[in-house]
Design a protein around this ligand. Structure first.
Ligand SMILES: NC(=O)c1ccc[n+]([C@@H]2O[C@H](COP(=O)([O-])OP(=O)(O)OC[C@H]3O[C@@H](n4cnc5c(N)ncnc54)[C@H](OP(=O)(O)O)[C@@H]3O)[C@@H](O)[C@H]2O)c1
Length: 328
């Protein structure tokens, strides 16, 4: 089977595409013939050895896949051969076939195709956990989303709207803001050309943003925090800018506000029941048309590095998905 391999930590260009032997089956596991793999920003970090997890090379990047179950271990009863599923993992997804714990596998509704499924769980799972469990977003509150046309950002825009918030999208181009508007944003701020904090205050009649969803980090975090409302919640989701900001504690004091970390990967391990409820809610919102995941581009598995470069160069909009031969 074909696999995208990171043979040593380094640049994305060094990724290899090779034929490798199928993995051996293990108790409690399921083998999936992969049709589609979601591409996420953490995939760009893991190949460079800059992610929280540093798997020993060689390994495949890739945190989510969708496809069909082709084999189940004898002790697995919840998943059946032939079933259409999605699966989440920390790495290992950019392959024609994966062997994953049955507990990581989620059966797919007939209403969701594999391409959509492969790009769904990481972004919407992270964003619903951020907004509901960490941000306690209330109907009628103002939500500011940074990087609003990126993977997790666009999911946060849609979910924020679905939860009844007034959504302000912030992004680096008018093209990206137009996409955020199409997905439900009420207002847009181009933080390359406009003063982010001043515009948020203007749009909220000086109240500020109740919840700030921040997957960008760096200067954008400090700038956004200047516009937080009294008792606001800053959601620390990621650092796509490459810079981990130092959060000024005086601002937390002055605004009676809080900064909350969001780590979806740990949440699903530590709070599986709460996560299951989130997943059911997401599937139901998708089936009823409330969520409209944007897969802006697909690539053959062999072009994984092209897709990863798009993310690195800040060019990706919504989600990018890799397709295998099985998707044809
Ligand atoms: N906490 C969690 O559990 C969790 C889960 C998934 C992902 N994440 C993190 O969330 C962040 C976004 O992930 P994603 O998959 O949504 O990525 P993405 O699709 O590439 O979106 C990232 C956005 O960040 C903005 N950005 C600002 N500076 C950038 C730079 N130098 N390079 C690239 N993008 C830059 C871009 O928007 P503008 O051009 O509009 O600024 C871009 O759309 C990453 O840091 C990722 O590690 C966290």
């Amino acid at each position: 089977m074909k696999a995208v391999l990171c043979k040593e930590y380094g640049p994305i260009a060094a990724l290899a595409v090779e034929d490798i032997e199928p993995e051996t089956m293990q108790p409690g596991h399921v083998r999936i013939a992969v049709e589609a793999c979601g591409v996420n920003f953490p995939d760009t970090l893991i190949v460079k050895g800059k992610y929280q997890f540093r798997p020993p090379p060689p390994f495949s990047p890739g945190g989510e896949v969708a496809g069909r179950v082709v084999e189940v271990a004898d002790d697995v009863h919840a998943v059946k051969t032939g079933q259409r599923v999605m699966a989440v993992m920390i790495f290992g997804g950019y392959r024609e076939e994966v062997v994953v714990p049955a507990t990581n596998v989620i059966p797919l509704a007939a209403t969701m195709d594999s391409t959509t499924a492969a790009g769904f769980m990481v972004t919407y799972g992270t964003s619903i956990h951020a907004l509901v469990q960490r941000g306690r977003l209330e109907q009628g509150e103002t939500l500011l989303v940074l990087g609003a046309a990126g993977g997790v950002g666009l999911a946060a825009v849609e979910l924020g709207k679905a939860l009844g918030a007034h959504v302000i999208a912030a992004a680096s181009s008018n093209e990206k803001l137009a996409i955020a508007h199409e997905h439900g944003a009420d207002e847009g701020i181009n933080y390359r050309t406009e003063d982010l904090a001043a515009r948020v205050k203007e749009l909220t009649r000086k109240n500020g943003a109740d919840v700030i969803y921040d997957p960008v980090g760096g200067a954008a975090t400090t700038e956004a925090l200047r516009s937080i409302a009294w008792r606001g919640r800053l959601l620390v989701v990621g650092f796509a800018s490459g810079e981990i900001p130092a959060i000024p504690a005086n601002r937390l004091l002055l605004k009676g506000c809080e900064a909350s970390g969001v780590f979806w990967g740990n949440f699903i391990q530590r709070e599986p029941d709460e996560n299951r409820r989130n997943v059911e809610r997401l599937f139901s919102m998708h089936a009823s048309g409330v969520l409209k995941p944007l897969i802006s581009e697909t690539f053959p598995l062999a072009d994984a590095s092209v897709a990863l470069n798009r993310l690195e160069r800040r060019e990706a909009i919504g989600k990018l998905v890799l397709l295998t031969q099985a998707a044809d």
